[in-house]
Design a protein around this ligand. Structure first.
Ligand code: 3HC
Length: 284
């Protein structure tokens, strides 16, 4: 039975997962290596709730409940009594393995460990623990409070009971879930990322302007954002990272990053968060 939630990594994704969990009534313990990042995450939550209150879609009582349900941890040992700990730190396998190794030693034996990774192998992370059967992927989408999906990823070792518990937990925070195998990109990114890479390739070869590529896909296919805006929104570095992992795994040109993407990342054009990507943004 999942009652208490731990979240390690309190950036955009971790804080979003904390928000939906706290809104569903779970006590949430959150942590980030940096106190400033944790505070910024709380700021995202407050802003998102304030916006919802402004629109009449939430009230002050919900805001109080969400913020009241979230507590900050300063060391991994404080996660000992959590029923599930979800990791949402940067996409670096060594850092993730280090965190899971420590969580495995400090958490009670029943604790389920989960990663929100978009592309790294869940099995690889589970291999550094002594609870491979109690390890899953819970891949949420950005912005977490808005996007309805969670991919629940099982490895060859994940037990049926743990998979079901993780699946039910994601449903209980308001998500519709799909089951995915532990394969790079799971279901959504393995389809989405080649589409974004193709849009960048077409922009690079001068097929159309950035606006026309985006408008084409928004109005022609009913997408809420065009592919270049969506790449800016997700982060060019994130898309490059996922593409490189999938290319490394599948050795298929479908997943190879266009030179323009790599050049933009190297030049710091990381998208909305950097104030510039395919478009320019007000950093505030
Ligand atoms: N928190 C809470 N609510 C938010 C929010 C946030 N961070 N951001 C937006 N919203 C809400 C708004 O309040 C608004 O609510 P309403 O409809 O009830 O009034 C609604 O979402 C729409 O927002 P806006 O009116 O501000 O703006 P848009 O209509 O442009 O919608 C968007 C913004 C929801 C981001 C929409 O453009 C969208 O769905 N874009 C596609 C996002 C997407 O594809 N995400 C998945 C990325 S892939 C991924 O995450 C996987 C990873 O591994 C790479």
């Amino acid at each position: 039975m999942i009652r208490k939630i731990g979240i390690v990594g309190f950036g955009q994704m971790g804080s979003g997962i904390a928000q939906v969990s706290a809104a569903a009534g779970y006590p949430v313990l959150g942590m980030d290596m940096s106190d400033a990042v944790f505070k910024r995450g709380l700021g995202y939550i407050t802003k998102s709730l304030d916006k919802a209150i402004e629109k009449g879609k939430a009230d002050a009582a919900l805001k109080e409940k969400v913020l009241g349900n979230i507590k900050q941890a300063t060391a991994l040992k404080e996660f000992a009594d959590c029923d599930i700990v979800i990791e949402a730190v940067i996409e670096n396998i060594d850092i993730k393995k280090q965190i899971f190794k420590e969580l495995d030693t400090v958490c009670k034996p029943e604790t389920i460990l989960a990663s929100n990774t978009s592309s790294l192998s869940i099995g690889d992370m589970a291999s550094v623990t002594n609870r491979r059967d109690r390890f899953v992927g819970l891949h949420f989408f950005n912005p977490v409070p808005v996007m309805k999906l969670c991919e629940v990823v099982r490895t060859i070792d994940t037990s049926d009971a743990v998979f079901k518990a993780a699946f039910s937990f994601a449903e209980s925070v308001g998500k519709s879930c799909i089951t995915a195998k532990d394969s790079p990109g799971y279901v959504v990114n393995v389809l989405l990322v080649p589409y974004l890479l193709d849009a960048i390739r077409q922009f690079e070869r001068g097929l159309a302007t950035r606006e026309d590529i985006d408008t084409g896909m928004m109005l022609g296919c009913g997408h809420p954002m065009g592919p270049l805006t969506l790449t800016d929104f997700i982060g060019l570095d994130t898309i490059l990272y996922i593409a490189d992992i999938m290319f490394e795994e599948f050795k298929d040109s479908h997943y190879s990053a266009p030179p323009l993407l790599r050049r933009m990342v190297n030049a710091g054009y990381l998208g909305k968060k950097a104030g510039r990507g395919f478009y320019e943004y007000d950093k505030k």
